[in-house]
Design a binder for this molecule. Sequence first.
Ligand SMILES: *Cc1c(COP(=O)(O)O)cnc(C)c1O
Length: 490
Amino acid sequence: MTEPIIYELSVSGRSAAHLPALDVPPSPLPPAHLLRRELDLPEVSEPDLMRHYVRLSQLNYSVDTGMYPLGSCTMKYNPKVNEDAARIPSLLNVHPLQPAETAQGNLALMYGLQQALAEIGGFAGSSLQPAAGAQGELTGILMIRAWHRARGDTRRQVILVPDSAHGTNPASTSMAGLRAVEIRSDDRGNVDLEALAPHLNDQLAGIMLTNPNTLGLFDEHVCEVCRLVHEAGGLVYGDGANLNALMGIVKPAQLGIDVMHFNLHKTFSTPHGGGGPGAGPVGAGERLVDYLPGPIAVRKEGREGDQARYTLRMPAHSIGRMKAHYGHFAVLVRAYTYMRMLGAEGLRASSEAAVLNANYLQALLRGVFPLPHDRTCMHEFVLEGRLADAPGIRALDIAKRLMDYGYHPPTNYFPLIVPEALMIEPTETESKQELDRFASALRSIAEEARREPELLHNAPISAPVRRLDEVRAARDLVLSWTRPTRPAED
Ligand SMILES: *Cc1c(COP(=O)(O)O)cnc(C)c1O
């Protein structure tokens, strides 16, 4: 980067701060040995400071700047009214340890959200504790384990995980002290019933199902799989990350799912691209509802609304807490606001539009790149990022080249069962015109791959940094600026 960074703009004595005159007695400094002689902070003016942060923010790609088709992550536009709600002072300025009697508004919101999630999922109840989807998975598997143990059934140690599942599924199983066993998919992308059969025995604790699955396909045997697992004495965990396709259309509990996490930051809109906080509430059917983590909000008296009073309680056989206090409260506020703004009809309409958008885009791209599972998709679909007549090109090259066309790359190399996978989720918040533009970018890239493959190998060309060594970038983190020691170094 050629622009000077903020440390290089520093001029001794310059300041962006305007402090009022001191109106309290000055307090003495800490002892000298606790003080640093040289605090290496930049001294800059307000405009320098402003430009520094705005410039940094512009180096990031975000869903507020363009389409972000990152499959499975549901990078939909996050309405700004959610942010206003999350900053309402009476919700925000509450201490987690203050008596429930004095935080009735917060509890009413938690109660309302628990009810709404239970209704959407078809569950008997829900808990807002888990911090993210992955922690929701751990929660659900711990609940399944506790349920078997409460019945004295300690032999059941196996959790079946389809080969299309997110990597967090087997990880959560292991963290819960159970054993993950992989089940292959059939050639239509469903759980293979033949592969399932030998595991339907008295070792089976349960199965983790993602439906629609990570191929973006509604499992054609989902009810059958749930029935078989139940008959064998197991329970069914639902990975709810793909609920964006189903809201108001199908209730996962009615398919046979006993416990499921919701990714509030995906389906119910909270910014989450930069790894910010999410929330992974868990809903449970009759069999598991008393095992939910807590505390959960309950209504003490009065009808819902002004006269109602709320309190907190641990469910009867609760597995305990998964998180300090009440989960990621500000994310809960955003999700609740989003639901109330859309209403039941609006939620259903968003899922319908998400599915329509994905099918429209799939139709535009059929024949541009190989489509291994050519079926009506749900809210996303998976292409193969390779071309028979451009053999040197990989999914990674296509993903990087998309950045030069102004798009965030789709999820790539996941799910693992599709070679060179490009997993595309447009979400409901993109217009037909934007989908047309995105499809034409991919069409141009396919042409470039044949004519000028070097363009793709060298991409991205226009991004703030070129192609990174991603392994090194993750392993060898440089998180702060250090003053160059030798000026000629770079
Ligand atoms: C995102 C995702 C998860 C994990 O959720 P986090 O909130 O990121 O922890 C699990 N399964 C699937 C299919 C996902 O897409």
